[in-house]
Design a protein around this ligand. Structure first.
Ligand code: SF4
Length: 433
């Protein structure tokens, strides 16, 4: 428990940060030069703050659609056929939801937007942020994911909107946490660091984090790269069977990175019984991913999506599995482009951090490196992002995104986000917005 004096100090600091963010977004003050990079430009960061603050689409003076990488999503644009009077768009007349189980059997789960939150573990982020993400997921009828560090009991009120992750280190994996979940995600790899397992450095492993992970406080925790029980895609069937016995109604998602033969992994996962294949490209991850791996090993997601989509179509199973993409998907426009390339939907990580004030500084791996209390297990810093405040910001961000999906669909003459899937004919490659 924090003392009253400390609580007041923390609250004052939190208010100060929040006022600063508000000024940065709503005024014409030029952003600090260090804010952002060529993928997450300062405009994209400020536009995300704006959306999280207001729930509205940013003004055109901020580029909220593309970064400045000169490649990938930043060079893909929609070939809008229709001029739309934006004020005439009624978001309720568009179906933005996606089915997470497309097989003929098992639970039917439809989320109300084409995204859900990616795994961020207890210890890597604060408990407040974890709970806020779950609360926002419940408010939006979508999901968030525990990541690999166990399932804090504070998430239980939101359990119908929380995916339990089983990763290679099996940290915090328990039978009851699998039974809580409507979806269980096996994380075989992540795009920011394929060939490496998760790692949580010693100064973030507080006593509370260590207890959750059945580990020792202030010792670094490294997950192995592969599951020691899985040496081929066929072995994955054992995992699916385990979940079907432990929680027969749960859907199974398989999260993999994007190696050259990613389509083989996808088809193997389908035949093993997975409901969701989640491919994670090279540009995801937080500042905790090692520099040597980040952006250097996995395939960019823009290449991987059509490769997997076309192969599943060719094999005749595309409509029986949900294809989810992640790894560098920053904006509503990126999500829509990922769908046009062949995904059903997307998983979002960094944008949720930015919604609650992340500056993209890259200090995530250090115990007290995240001065604004997002990527931290420090009890004092964690208080800087209160649960309700953070949940509302995440909800606002996605409400603004939903408005943009409706605009995009209207401009393309479509009514459902699912109709956009695989419509590469609606995209063109080049400069501009
Ligand atoms: S503000 Fe926090 S979460 Fe964002 S990059 Fe910096 S350390 Fe990581």
């Amino acid at each position: 428990m924090m003392s009253t004096g400390l609580q007041l100090r923390v609250q004052k600091h939190a208010n100060h940060i929040n006022e600063g963010l508000k000024k940065l977004v709503l005024s014409n003050i030029p952003p600090p030069p260090a804010l952002g990079n060529y993928r997450w430009t300062s405009d994209l960061i400020r536009a995300t703050y704006f959306q999280a603050l207001t729930g509205e689409i940013p003004p055109e003076t901020l580029n909220y659609k593309t970064g400045a990488s000169n490649g990938g999503f930043d060079m893909l644009h929609f070939d809008f056929q229709e001029h739309i009077d934006q004020s005439s768009i009624d978001i309720r007349s568009f179906d933005l939801g996606i089915d997470l189980n497309r097989r003929g059997n098992g639970s039917k789960i439809k989320i109300s937007q084409p995204t859900y939150g990616g795994g961020m573990s207890f210890g890597s982020i604060s408990l407040n942020f974890m709970v806020a993400r779950a609360k926002a997921a419940q408010m939006l009828n979508t999901f968030t994911c525990t990541g690999e560090g166990g399932y804090p009991e504070e998430l239980l009120p939101y359990k119908d909107h929380v995916i339990t992750q089983v990763a290679t280190g099996l940290f915090g994996v328990k039978e009851e946490t699998i039974q809580h979940a409507r979806i269980v995600e096996f994380k075989y790899a992540q795009g920011a660091k394929p060939g490496l397992g998760g790692h949580l450095l010693a100064d973030k492993v507080t006593a509370q984090v260590a207890k959750m992970r059945d580990s020792v406080a202030f010792s670094s925790l490294f997950s192995p790269s592969p599951f020691h029980s899985v040496y081929s895609v066929e072995d994955h069937k054992k995992h699916v069977d385990w979940i079907k016995i432990t929680n027969p109604s749960a859907l199974v998602s398989v999260k993999v990175s994007t190696p050259k033969d990613v389509e083989m992994v996808a088809i193997g996962s389908y035949y093993a019984g997975a409901n969701i294949i989640h491919i994670d490209g090279a540009y995801g991850g937080t500042g905790a991913a090692p520099e040597i791996a980040k952006k250097n090993i996995a395939m960019p997601i823009e290449y991987a999506i059509p490769k997997v989509h076309k192969y599943l179509v060719q094999e005749g199973v595309r409509d029986e599995i949900t294809l989810i993409a992640s790894g560098g998907i920053r904006t509503a426009y990126d999500v829509a482009k990922a769908i046009a390339l062949g995904a059903d939907g997307a998983v979002i990580g960094t944008a949720e951090n930015i919604a609650i004030g992340c500056t993209h500084c890259g200090n995530c791996e250090r115990g007290r490196g995240c001065q604004i209390g997002i990527a931290t297990s420090d009890p004092e810093l964690s208080q800087y992002r209160p649960v309700d405040w953070s949940a509302n910001r995440i909800v606002n961000l996605y409400r603004a995104w939903n408005k943009q999906y409706a605009q995009i669909l209207a401009g393309l003459g479509l009514k459902k986000i699912s109709e956009l899937r695989g419509r590469t004919d609606l995209l063109y490659y080049g400069g501009g917005n």
